[in-house]
Design a protein around this ligand. Structure first.
Ligand code: ZN
Length: 387
């Protein structure tokens, strides 16, 4: 089993890169998943004396991006002392035989929306969402291709780990949300259908009546808010609507296309492996067959999938579409509570059992700087121990 750990550059900057990497290697960890970009966050690190807080309200780029390589969307680069971690890690990792993955946040980048509101995912009402960009946006795609090439050209990364490639729930990343009506699961799925300029254009280009779709979706949202218990017919009728189905498939494909775009400027012979998480916001609106086909398409675009159920892993392993290019499965082990607590220990045990059932080849610990050194060592021991 290959074991990796997620880590923030700001934690490594404070701890000291060489010291941190030596500790990581001495724990028995094979690779470091180092954030190259990150979303808004408030973290508490227990490392090195009194716990330290890191805050960023709109997300940023955390490696020394070369701005001249980018077009309209210029990277919002973090403080030089944090970005300096990346070259420092690259220098020491080779000596320590530690692989580096570029842990890259994909859509949850509010700083892009601030500078380029037209890139925002947009509700069926036409209201843009402040927390995330749409994977169909041409400007964002251009930026993202440049970003991934910039990382790979500067640093010897063995993997690009794309987080949040698929469109999330409509309210993901909202600051202090105030929603005082019941939003049923179906209403949530409908609200997550993007009607940004790019998605509307793609729909029109495919011959869809996008304004009629907008009306259909908005009417259904109103009906769900009025009657959150809903009716089975309402969900079934929406799922059976051929134009809505085509529009949703376009949305899902936009993320698959983005995975291909991530490596589009790299030399295929030397490109790092690509990993991403499996997720869809449309579990009721898309049927199982369509979701399986879309999962196959995603699997063909990457080398590793994270967050796959045991059922889906079995299906993907036997899928004829993947017979020439089998996909590997990874597992994210995130205690979320201290591993020393009963809740944390239970979550870890569940994660390890899931990884064994899945036949995962890699387990990634979350997250080096947020855990005590003892917790990291205990986690690696648990991963390496036979179940
Ligand atoms: Zn869109």
């Amino acid at each position: 089993m290959r074991v990796t750990t997620y880590a923030y550059p700001w934690d490594l900057a404070r701890i000291g890169v060489e010291r941190a990497l030596q500790e990581i290697v001495s724990c028995g960890i094979d690779a470091l998943d180092l954030a190259s970009t990150y979303h808004p966050i408030d973290t508490l690190s227990p490392r090195d004396g009194s716990p330290r807080v890191f805050t960023n309200a709109r997300g940023a780029v955390y490696f020394p991006a070369r701005t001249e390589r980018y077009g309209r969307i210029q990277p919002s680069v973090a403080a030089p002392e944090i970005c300096a971690v990346w070259p420092e890690v690259a220098k020491h990792a080779t000596k320590l035989d530690l692989e580096i993955s570029a842990w890259t946040i994909t859509l949850y980048q509010p700083w892009i929306v601030d500078a380029h509101p037209e890139c925002a995912r947009t509700l069926p009402s036409g209201d843009p969402i402040g927390s995330g960009v749409c994977p169909a946006s041409d400007d964002f795609r251009e930026y993202f291709a440049a970003l991934c090439a910039d990382i790979v050209d500067q640093f010897a990364v063995s993997m690009i780990r794309l987080e949040g490639l698929a469109a999330p729930t409509y309210d993901y990343g909202w600051l202090r949300p105030r929603v005082l009506v019941e939003v049923s699961p179906l209403a949530g799925e409908l609200l997550a259908i993007c009607f940004c300029v790019s998605c509307c254009r793609r729909g029109i280009d495919e011959g869809l009546d996008v304004e009629a779709l907008r009306q259909l979706v908005n009417d259904a949202i109103v009906a769900e808010i009025e009657d959150p218990a809903g009716t089975p017919e309402r969900a079934a009728n929406l799922a059976a609507d051929a134009e809505l189905h085509a529009f949703l498939v376009q949305h899902e494909r936009a993320s698959v296309e983005l995975a291909r775009i991530a490596v589009s400027r790299l030399d295929a012979a030397t490109a790092p492996r690509l990993s991403t998480m499996v997720w869809t916001p449309y579990s009721q609106l898309l049927d199982d067959h369509t979701r399986s086909d879309l999962q196959d398409e995603l699997a063909l675009a990457v080398d590793q999938l994270v967050g796959v159920s045991v059922h889906d892993a079995q299906r993907l392993r036997s899928s004829s579409a993947l017979s020439e290019r089998p996909v590997e499965f990874g597992v994210l082990l995130a205690p979320l509570h201290s591993p020393a607590t009963a809740a944390g220990a239970e979550r870890i045990e569940r994660g390890l059992r899931g990884a064994a059932e899945l036949g995962a080849s890699e387990i990634s610990l979350y997250n080096y700087g947020l855990l005590r050194e003892k917790d990291v060592r205990d986690l690696v021991t648990a991963v390496r121990a036979p179940l």
